[in-house]
Design a protein around this ligand. Structure first.
Ligand SMILES: [Zn+2]
Length: 291
């Protein structure tokens, strides 16, 4: 079974954990490391012969069009991570709509390739921002990967499906959802597939949890990482205790763990995994109404 490998392309100072520490109007003045970090990941994928999906932040694409073209030239899938990395539930529907269209158009103008997939900043499509799904459908996205079926302080829609499904809105609108992966352990749903969890858990635990999704749930998982997570030398930004831990924990072991992961599991793009699961055709696929 092949699983989805995804990279959320943003810089170390743009993450939600740093939102209170680095004001948006300071972004231009920060040392940019996103190009070299993304190139490091591109090289790693080339070495392991892996195609992945890159959800690129519009703000980054605007300033680094050559990087966006490089991602496409290396046969990876290009998708959108929105424009400004503001959490969806902190935006008005009007601003979200404007940013969503802007982020998509930017990537398409740079590459000439249609952008079909979307991932919200910090998975911030939750019960209070589910209206955003209508905006994504209206904008022409074919799939979304923003819903975490777990409980968390910043994101989560507990109780929603864990395998990819045809998401149906109460108004009849449809979009394919590839939810962020969680494993079942001792009666809990445990986030298992990337980012801070990948750095927090020892590698054997990640491998165990991902293997359990593959063998017991018998569904593909979706793994995610950020370019700054393979950059232990990034400048340290003073932030709160929890944010500091979430951002800096185990940065120095992340690249090595990623290498092991690429050897232990088989990965491809979100688009290819969805095709493998019967989406994009006339097949019967799982459906769920998300209000
Ligand atoms: Zn992000």
């Amino acid at each position: 079974m092949r699983h989805a490998m995804t990279i959320d392309v943003e810089d170390y100072y743009q993450v939600s954990a740093m939102e209170a520490s680095v004001a948006r109007d300071q972004w231009e003045k920060m040392e940019s490391r996103v190009v070299r970090n993304t190139q490091k990941i591109l090289a790693l994928f080339a070495e392991h012969n892996v195609q992945a999906t890159f959800f690129v932040l519009g703000w980054v694409a605007e300033r680094n069009p050559a990087l966006v073209r490089e991602i496409v030239a290396q046969k990876h899938e290009l998708a959108s991570h929105g424009y400004s990395h503001r959490l969806v539930y902190n935006q008005t529907p009007e601003v979200f709509r404007e940013e969503t269209l802007r982020g998509k158009a930017l990537l398409e103008d740079i590459t000439g390739v249609p952008v079909r997939g979307y991932r919200a900043a910090s998975y911030s499509i939750t019960p209070r921002s589910s209206w955003a799904l209508d905006t994504l459908i209206e904008a022409g996205f074919e799939y979304d990967s923003s819903i975490f079926p777990v409980r968390h302080d910043r994101y989560g829609m507990p109780g929603t499906p864990q395998a990819p499904y045809q998401l149906i809105r109460p108004n009849g609108g449809k979009i394919v959802e590839f939810p962020l992966s969680a494993a079942h352990l001792l009666g809990y749903r445990l986030p298992a597939a990337g980012g801070g969890y990948f750095r927090l858990y020892p590698y054997w635990l990640t491998r165990l949890l991902l293997t359990s999704i593959e063998r017991w749930q018998r569904i593909p998982f979706i793994f995610y990482l950020h370019p700054w997570e393979v950059d232990p030398d990034q400048p340290r930004i003073p932030a709160g205790k929890l944010s500091t831990f979430r951002h800096y924990n185990n940065l120095d072991v992340c690249e090595e763990r990623l290498r092991r992961l690429l050897k232990d599991f088989s990965f491809t793009t979100v688009d290819a995994v969805l095709r493998q699961q019967g989406f994009w055709g006339a097949n019967q696929v799982p459906e769920a109404v998300i209000a």
